[in-house]
Design a protein around this ligand. Sequence first.
Ligand code: G16
Ligand code: MG
Length: 212
Amino acid sequence: KSAAVIFDLDGVLVDTAVFHYQAWRHMAKEFNFDFTEAENEQLKGVSRVESLELILKWAEKVVPAEEKERLARMKNTWYLELIDGMKNGDVLPGTIALLTYLRGEGKKIALGSASKNAVRILEKTGILDYFDAIIDGNAVTRSKPDPEVFLKAAEAIGILPADCVVFEDAQAGIAAARSAGMAVIAVDKAHALTQYDARVNGLSDLSPNVWA
Ligand code: G16
Ligand code: MG
């Protein structure tokens, strides 16, 4: 029985991983690197700057700091263009039903995301108002697997970490939640993740009695 639920964003509530992939791929073309979907998988839950570092490493490309900033900015511009096409209700199946249910039960709801664009995405898709607290890439100094994002979320809603359950789709996020002392439900259709307390294919798998 948990008092609060903390959601990761990308891959749990919204399907933005494909937009990240398209934007990174577009950027990688600039230096003729064929960025693959398998590589994109490894960037889930990883911050923008760290994602760029990994892509440059895979491409065996060394660039100065100003060029890194330019590339990261360019990627984000393309990403935001794709985000702008999102509409109210463009969330993953089961999202609205679960958020509505949790609200009705009086559970606190927080966001724990690595994204600096989190609020914009929640606004565009129309789910911002469900959240009691939002801890995103602008609020943390250490990326997942560091527990900072989830500990700050628990603090913001005034709930002990042990009474929080986290929904995550990335291995780094699962590690972060565990080291925060929280229970983790993996959103993992592909059965690719480990170390979770429970696994669902997506939020629509959940029936309300899970929370009873
Ligand atoms: C998301 C994605 C990552 C992305 C990161 C930073 O995290 O999973 O692929 O690199 O945010 O995004 P932005 O460039 O928008 O700051 P999460 O934690 O919501 O899964
Ligand atoms: Mg995620």
